[in-house]
Design a protein. Structure first.
Length: 439
């Protein structure tokens, strides 16, 4: 009753991006609605609006040789909105003997970007005693769990499920000093710690998530990448950071946006300038390869075209041959926005005849770029032309030889017919009278 407080919102007054997937620069200015500067902490996210299928985004934990520890923490859907649950998984590992049964408590703590704890947490027992009944680590060396976070008007509800037996428990996170509101867009993350009789493990933080309530984003989007935590300038409200992420390629509609909050909990509000969008699909075709001989050197050309308008796409191209794996590679291929690029790949054909599948892909680009079937034969293409010609030459020589043989007796008899009358043969005789040649 005796204090004053402020109701306001932080708006994005400018937001731009440029560069490539090897170094995407993001610049912007965040300010309060009255245009004064905002000292804000937050995260920049990259999503694909038109591709709802998610891939887990993972943080690896530090292994231990003496403690039960958390091997990894993954967000299955790192971007969600009202009416949905955020799904996170983590794996516990027992580095000791698999016959040693360990019961433990797992604490999941919510944090604001920048590892800011605020008293919002929940603890679950795992194992046989008061836990999920999965007797962790007495049979296998690891156990995996799934947590589902649902933001409600009453707080954050968490459901922990053992992926080994399907048993689950549900509990509320504590409200803390700065509750997680279900009616405000925000960025956050979770810190997971396991405590067993051997001691407490090193905590592992999850990747940051984006709660997009009230933003102009589809209800389901594909989580591509996130930046390190930014802190805006206290005088200007400006932010500038660089993101390196190959996963932004192949997006039907790449959208980049910022979520932040100031020290008192005022959050970023969405407006027309708060999103940066582009397209990062690559159109690709491959020249057809005709029949080749075993062991023959083969060259093919891959034609690439970028449909991006702002982002340069830098990729590596790999050519994979059935039964041989990767047989050709080109790195550092740069395709300017809207430009085309040809990639020439050379390799040797297999040493056995038959059909072989060829696929061209990129580790920075999801899905194959091109594929076809390679037919390997015995003869090389040039021999297929030269051998029939050689056969023709040999046949001509044989015919000519037969003709000469047939002509030879006739030409040898010609002098006999043209001798003058009364002349004698020069051939030594046996005393018999010479015989005439018959034609």
């Amino acid at each position: 009753m005796s204090s004053t407080f402020r109701i306001d919102q932080i708006q994005v007054s400018s937001f731009t991006s440029r560069g490539s997937n090897n170094g995407l620069t993001v610049d912007g200015v965040l300010a309060y609605a009255n245009k004064s500067a905002a000292a804000t902490t937050g995260v920049v996210f990259a999503v694909d609006e038109n591709t709802p299928t998610n891939l887990p985004v993972t943080t690896q934990g530090a292994p231990s040789t003496s403690l039960l520890y958390i091997a990894n923490v993954s967000l299955v859907n790192g971007v969600f909105t009202q009416g949905q649950s955020l799904i996170m998984t983590f794996t516990l590992v027992n580095p000791l003997s698999p016959s040693q049964t360990l019961n433990a408590n797992v604490t999941v703590e919510h944090e604001w970007p920048g590892s800011q704890t605020h008293g919002v947490n929940v603890t679950f027992p795992v194992g046989l005693k008061d836990g999920l009944g999965d007797l962790p680590f007495n049979i296998t060396l690891s156990q995996s769990y799934q947590t589902a976070f649902t933001l409600t008007a009453n707080g954050t509800l968490v459901k922990l499920t053992s992926l080994s037996n399907g048993n689950s428990r549900t509990a509320w996170m504590s409200p803390g000093t700065s509750p997680v509101a279900s009616t405000r867009a925000h960025a956050g993350l979770f810190k997971v710690t396991v405590v067993s009789k051997a001691g407490a493990s090193t905590p592992v933080e999850s990747p940051p998530y984006a709660y997009v309530y009230g933003m102009n984003l589809p209800s389901v989007t594909k989580y591509l990448a996130y930046s390190s935590t930014f802190i805006t300038d206290a005088l200007s409200g400006g932010l500038s950071l660089s993101m390196k992420s190959d996963t932004i390629l192949g997006a039907a509609k790449l959208t980049i946006f910022a979520l932040g909050r100031d020290s008192s909990g005022i959050t970023v509000a969405n407006n027309q300038n708060s999103e940066f969008s582009d397209f990062t699909l690559i159109q690709s075709t491959m020249d057809a390869i005709g029949p080749v001989a075993v062991g023959q050197s083969v060259t093919t050309t891959l034609h690439l075209k970028s449909n991006a308008t702002k982002i340069t796409e830098i990729i590596t191209v790999d050519l994979n041959l059935q039964g041989s794996g990767k047989v050709a590679e080109q790195t550092g291929i740069s395709i300017a926005p809207g430009a085309s690029q040809d990639v020439i790949l050379s390799f040797k054909a297999p040493s056995s005849t038959g059909p072989y599948s060829i696929s061209i892909s990129s580790p920075q680009y999801s899905g194959p770029l091109a594929s076809q079937t390679l037919q390997v034969t015995i003869l090389q293409n040039n021999l297929q032309i030269l051998i029939p010609a050689a056969i023709g030459i040999v046949a001509a020589i044989i015919i000519l030889g037969v003709y000469i043989i047939k002509r030879q007796p006739e030409t040898m008899e010609t002098p006999e017919k043209t001798k003058p009358a009364g002349s004698k043969s020069k051939t030594p005789g046996s005393g018999n009278s010479p015989s005439k040649s018959l034609t």
